[in-house]
Design a protein around this ligand. Structure first.
Ligand SMILES: Nc1ncnc2c1ncn2[C@@H]1O[C@H](COP(=O)(O)OP(=O)(O)OP(=O)(O)O)[C@@H](O)[C@H]1O
Ligand SMILES: [Mg+2]
Length: 246
C-alpha cells in the first residue's frame, strides 16, 4: 500500500500556476527521485509534504493522515518522523556544527547528553566529517555545510528522508559518498526517501523509481530502467540534456 500519496494537487502563487492536478504515490521503503526543470515545483512539493506550504486543493497523505488538514501539534508529530535536507543546506549560523546536528535530537527525543554526543559523532562520521563538532558553519565550505545538514537530517533516525539537491555542488568523491549513504540508509534502516536532483548520475544510481514533473503534473513515473528507456520526448530530452552534468 502507498505510504505517501499526493492526490489532485493544485497550487499557484498568484499568477504562477505550479501544479495542475498532480498525482503521485510513493511506497514504504522506496527511494524515489523527482526530476524536472528549474522552477517546475520540485522543492515546493517537498515543503508541502511537511506542511511548510499548503496546496490550494488536493490531499497529501503521509502514513494515512492528510497533512493538509493537520493542526500545528499534529504536524510537529509528522515532522518528527521526517528528516529534511533543504536545498542550500541551511545551518544555524550562531551555533557550532555539533549543536546543529544535535538540534533535532534535543527537540524530538529524550536522549541524555552523552547519548546525543555519541549520536552526533556517529552521524558526522557517516557523512565523512568526523571531529568537526566545534567548528562554526561560517568556517565550512558549501559542500561541507551540505554534509553537516545531511548529518542533522539523519540524526534522529527519521522514517522518511527528503533530500533537495543532495549532491549539487559537491566534488565527485563526496557526491559518491552521499549517494552511497542514501543507498545504505534505505538498506539498513528501510527509510523511505524522496530525492530532488539535477544530477542524473546520482538519480540513476540511488533510485528505485523516478518521477518527472512537467507542466504541473507528473508526466512520467517508473523504475530507473523504464525512465532511461522512456519513449516520451520530454523525458528523453531532459535526461539526455542532464546526463553527466553535476
Ligand atoms: N514561497 C513562495 N512564494 C512565491 N512563489 C514561490 C514560493 N516558493 C516557490 N515559488 C515559486 O514556485 C515555483 C516552483 O518553485 P520550486 O522552488 O519548487 O522550483 P524547483 O523545481 O525546486 O526549482 P530549482 O530546480 O531551481 O530548485 C517557482 O516559480 C518559484 O519562484
Ligand atoms: Mg528547488
Amino acid at each position: 500500500m502507498s505510504f505517501i500519496v499526493f492526490k489532485n494537487i493544485e497550487k499557484a502563487f498568484d499568477d504562477n500556476v505550479i501544479y495542475r492536478g498532480l498525482n503521485l504515490s510513493i511506497n514504504k521503503g522506496e527511494t524515489i527521485t523527482i526530476i524536472g526543470g528549474s522552477g517546475s515545483g520540485k522543492s515546493v512539493l517537498l515543503k508541502m509534504m511537511i506542511g511548510l506550504l499548503k496546496p490550494d486543493s488536493g490531499e497529501i497523505i503521509v502514513d494515512k493522515s492528510n497533512v493538509v488538514d493537520l493542526s500545528k501539534e499534529e504536524l510537529v508529530k509528522v515532522r518528527s518522523r521526517v528528516g529534511m535536507l533543504f536545498q542550500g543546506a541551511a545551518l544555524f549560523d550562531s551555533i557550532n556544527v555539533g549543536d546543529n546536528v544535535a538540534y533535532g535530537l534535543k527537540m524530538h527525543t529524550d536522549l541524555t547528553k552523552d547519548e546525543i554526543d555519541e549520536k552526533v559523532d556517529r552521524c558526522l562520521e557517516m557523512v565523512g566529517l568526523p571531529g568537526i563538532n566545534g567548528i562554526m558553519p561560517s568556517d565550512l565550505s558549501g559542500g561541507m555545510k551540505k554534509r553537516v545538514a545531511l548529518a542533522r537530517a539523519i540524526a534522529y533516525d527519521p522514517e522518511i528522508i527528503l533530500y533537495d539537491e543532495p549532491t549539487t555542488g559537491l566534488d565527485p568523491t563526496n557526491a559518491k559518498r552521499i549517494n552511497n549513504l542514501i543507498i545504505e540508509l534505505q538498506k539498513l534502516l528501510k527509510v523511505t526517501s524522496i530525492i530532488v536532483t539535477h544530477d542524473m548520475d546520482s538519480a540513476f544510481s540511488v533510485s528505485d523509481r523516478m518521477a518527472m514533473l512537467y507542466k504541473g503534473k507528473i508526466e512520467a513515473v517508473g523504475t530507473t530502467d523504464e525512465i532511461r528507456k522512456s519513449k516520451e520526448a520530454v523525458v528523453n530530452d531532459f535526461i539526455q540534456g542532464n546526463i553527466g552534468e553535476l
